[in-house]
Design a protein around this ligand. Structure first.
Ligand code: 9YT
Length: 134
């Protein structure tokens, strides 16, 4: 069994900060743990308003705290996000995320991230990013 603590994960280099300033993500469980998914605790900063399109991954996002909304761009639907909301990008949906307050999210990716992914120009993660060395 593997046990990790959020604070220790942050301090050991697992916390990745978005170069565009919208979020940070502590990748607590990654591809080399061999679970078939990765698990991250993500903070979306207040006022963030940005587009993503995970062409190479499926992602589910559970809101633990804060308030915002997610808009799917193909149909223009807007879904409020409050604590307890789970949104599931089951169709690689192109979407915009907006944070009216800082939001704390638990995120799962399939296939798992390798470590240091940040968004490319399309708002996607490449499949083989650099690993986090501990
Ligand atoms: C909700 C979302 O996708 N935020 C961007 C960061 C991502 N969750 C990650 O890399 O953990």
């Amino acid at each position: 069994m593997i046990v990790r603590q959020l604070q220790e994960a942050e301090e050991s280099g697992r916390k990745i900060v978005d170069p565009k300033g919208n979020w940070d993500s502590t990748r607590m469980l990654l591809k080399d743990d061999n679970m078939g998914f990765s698990f991250h605790i993500t903070t979306i900063y207040k006022g963030a308003d940005f587009q993503m399109h995970y062409q190479n991954h499926l992602e589910s996002v559970y809101c633990m705290s804060g308030k915002g909304e997610v808009e799917t761009l193909d149909d223009g639907k807007v879904y409020p996000i409050t604590p307890g909301t789970l949104y599931i990008l089951d169709k690689h949906d192109k979407h915009v995320l907006r944070a009216f307050e800082e939001m704390k999210m638990a995120c799962v990716f399939n296939p798992p991230l390798t470590g240091k992914e940040v968004h490319n120009a399309e708002g996607a993660y490449e499949l083989e990013a650099e690993k986090i060395e501990e």
